[in-house]
Write a new protein. Structure first.
Length: 735
């Protein structure tokens, strides 16, 4: 069969020609093998195989390598390649595919769509074919052609590359999709040297700076290839290469139009609301491990999240994050115990795109080092500083009446930081500032919605000055165990827009006062409050609970076990109908705690720290109908043996035992029927993991840290037994 292709490195939109087979596939050997196995597998039904990943990660290169593989050429009767791209229409696709297969028939394509569809179907009917649809952006394109691919149950395949998870899902791709990975350090260096030096070796005097250039590419093949091509034609001097290493992003974008186009496509394809959220991520420093909970709060505070009926703003923001992830713009770095995204990252070069695009949005500025490059009189809407607080003083000389954000992620210990000049300030995050001078009564920061600081001098008593405040985050772990707690002011109950109060230090919550409006007593209810932590000696009185009816996360800290737990009214917790996460921290043993508490059935996550509660009382926890995550830390429960009861922990998916004084754990699959992850840390007395744990059908992983060798042996034995039964999905990690 004649394969009509043009040998080009850049494929025009709608081209039916496959890219040049000369492109390198360093680091893709395993990917190549997996894709070939999917394409030539035993199933005779027509199947779609999807390759998914961010722009520039090598999807097209891998697909092209597979397409030109000798065995693939032998295996399929017909091969056709179509580069779809964003502005391609169904008619162009039909003409392109017919062009690849027209040698099989003398018929000429007709003028209308129906005739083109009929001719393509005829060309494919009865033959084993491989159709490659490269760079698909829209499900409508798939709708326009899917019925034209006959399923003759002869092993025909469609290979699809896309940046969008939803496109792969819509095309009924074989699961799981093939997600592309970044190159490791060795493969990146090999690819770079291949592009720069060919078969020669890198000169010793350039290797160190060359490896620095490769490191700055962060494993993105496109960046390595572009820089390699540039340096292969440039002067091989240390000074030139050093300049490239220090200005990598600008060097790439100014020397390669294809690179800019590929990255801009991802951004331009975003809906307006996601464009703004994506740009915002540029405020985080390069390589920063972004906590999703922090990002969500900042998006909400900046007004980037639309209101959706029956959903909280935080839930909508998390959906935005998933959308960006499914578009291969956000990288998942770590997942929480509930399987949600806990931390994420953005590739450095995509982050540069965020920063450059930010200039087009209300003169936003992201400043990594200092504000020296911004002239006085410049209107600055967003100021991001890493790490010099001296920038605040510099910013006061600018036209700051429009500044809405001061965000410092690195921290710099300074004597003081004044923020009262920023009258429209919405978000303030200052890690390490020794003290913060706040405005006086006449200069209130009425727009301030978000405060996050690690300062131990933060004036909590002054929060009444921020009447629109949504989020207070006080990060100061060394104050966590202080016997002299901080005190929230009574005015906390007047901040009706509060959504999150999260303090690492233990604080006392004052009794709520009654408000007087128009001469009548009325109660201010904090309808939006979702997080309240860490409250010392929390009293769950009816007066308090009716002020926080929609609370989702609660952290409480008790200094000692009282003579009468009834004083704290813990039975009233059952009335927090939306509570999903509860953390209980004890300074001293509190063995009777659980007997004096009623949990709400809505609870999904429960954490105990210290307490020395007897294992017999665990049945109270095990009876919770919706509990998915249980974390027991630092002698939270006491006793040498733990034997759960059948019928408990029916929904538990994650179990953590961290420094628990336990020797014998008697359990079986019936005790944790839904468990997915088991984590044991510092359980020095535990002799082994019950063998029946391995029989839990949902179990995915066992993670061990600082445990006896016998515990590790039992975990490996469980894994071995599961392998013998055909279950190769159980992962065991021992550290």
């Amino acid at each position: 069969m004649k394969d009509k292709r043009q040998q080009k490195s850049l494929i025009p939109v709608g081209s039916s020609s496959a890219p040049s087979a000369k492109s390198t596939t360093v680091g893709f050997d395993d990917d190549l093998l997996k894709i070939k196995m999917q394409l030539t597998g035993e199933s005779l039904d027509l199947q779609t195989v999807s390759i998914v990943g961010m722009g520039g990660i090598g999807k097209t290169t891998l697909a092209q390598k597979v397409y030109d593989d000798a065995y693939i050429i032998y295996h399929f009767d017909i091969r056709a390649w179509m580069t779809v791209s964003q502005d391609c229409h169904v008619r162009e696709i039909l003409l392109g595919l017919i062009d690849c297969t027209k040698t099989l028939t003398n018929e000429k394509p007709g003028e209308n769509i129906e005739q083109l569809e009929e001719l393509l179907y005829k060309n494919l009917k009865g033959r084993r074919y491989l159709i490659v649809m490269d760079d698909v952006w829209d499900t409508k394109i798939w709708d326009g052609v899917r019925r034209l691919f006959p399923n003759d149950k002869n092993g025909s395949r469609i290979m699809l590359t896309t940046r969008l998870d939803n496109v792969a899902v819509y095309a009924n791709s074989c699961r799981p999709f093939h997600h592309m990975h970044f190159l490791n350090e060795d493969d990146s260096w090999k690819l770079f040297c291949e592009k720069v030096f060919g078969e020669e070796c890198c000169p010793p005097e350039l290797e160190e700076i060359g490896r620095k250039i490769v490191e700055n590419c962060k494993g993105l093949p496109l960046a390595v290839v572009v820089l390699g091509g540039l340096l292969s034609k440039a002067t091989r001097t240390l000074d030139f290469w050093t300049n490239v290493a220090e200005n990598l992003s600008s060097v790439i974008t100014s020397n390669d139009e294809q690179y800019s186009r590929i990255f801009s496509l991802s951004y331009n394809n975003l809906p307006h609301h996601l464009q703004k959220c994506f740009i915002y991520i540029g405020v985080f420093p390069k390589g920063f491990n972004i906590r999703v909970s922090l990002l969500v709060k900042l998006w909400v505070a900046d007004g980037l999240v639309k209101t959706v009926r029956s959903k909280s703003l935080e839930d909508v923001a998390e959906k935005y994050l998933l959308d960006l992830m499914e578009r291969s713009l956000i990288l998942v770095y770590e997942r929480s115990s509930k399987g949600k995204i806990k931390t994420c990252k953005i590739h450095d070069l995509l982050r540069d795109l965020c920063v450059s695009e930010a200039q087009n949005w209300r003169s936003s500025r992201v400043t990594d080092k200092s504000l020296d490059g911004i002239r006085e009189g410049t209107s600055v809407h967003r100021v991001t500083m890493h790490p010099h607080i001296e920038n605040i003083r510099r910013a006061r000389k600018l036209s700051t009446s429009l500044a809405t954000s001061i965000l410092d992620f690195d921290g710099y210990h300074d004597k003081s930081a004044e923020v009262f000049n920023f009258r429209l300030l919405r978000e303030m995050q200052m890690f390490g500032a020794y003290s913060i001078n706040l405005p006086n009564e006449k200069r209130r920061l009425v727009k301030l919605l978000y405060i996050c600081t690690w300062s131990d001098k933060w004036p909590l008593q002054s929060i009444y000055k921020f009447e629109n405040l949504q989020t207070i985050l006080l990060r100061n772990s060394f104050m966590f165990l202080s016997l002299d707690p901080l005190h929230l002011p009574p005015e906390i109950w007047k901040l009706s827009k509060l959504r999150h109060v999260q303090l690492d230090a233990a604080v006392n919550l004052p009794d709520p006062p009654s408000a007087e409006i128009d001469g009548k007593n009325s109660t201010i209810v904090l309808e939006s409050l979702q997080t309240l932590s860490l409250i010392q000696n929390f009293r769950c009185t009816v007066e308090v609970l009716k002020r926080i009816p929609n609370l989702k996360k609660l952290g409480i800290y008790y200094l000692e076990e009282p003579l009468d737990w009834g004083y704290y009214c813990l039975n009233n917790l059952v009335y927090l109908h939306k509570l999903e996460a509860l953390k209980c921290f004890f300074h001293w043993p509190s063995p009777s705690f659980l007997k004096n508490l009623n949990f709400p059935t809505s609870l999904k996550k429960l954490t105990f720290i210290k307490g020395s509660i007897p294992w017999n009382d665990m049945t109270i926890v095990g009876s919770l109908p919706n509990l998915e995550v249980l974390k027991l830390k630092t002698y939270a429960f006491s006793g040498r043996e733990w034997e759960p009861n059948e019928g408990e922990f029916l929904q538990l998916k994650f179990l953590l035992l961290d420094c628990i004084y336990l020797e014998h754990w008697r359990a079986d699959s019936i005790h944790f029927p839904s468990l997915q992850r088991l984590v044991l840390k510092g359980c020095y007395d535990l002799k082994e993991i019950p063998c029946g744990i391995g029989e839990i059908p949902t179990l995915q992983s066992i993670e061990l840290r600082r445990c006896r060798d016998s515990v590790g042996t039992s975990a490996k034995q469980i894994q071995k037994e599961q392998l013998e039964l055909g279950n190769d999905g159980l992962q065991v990690q021992i550290m």
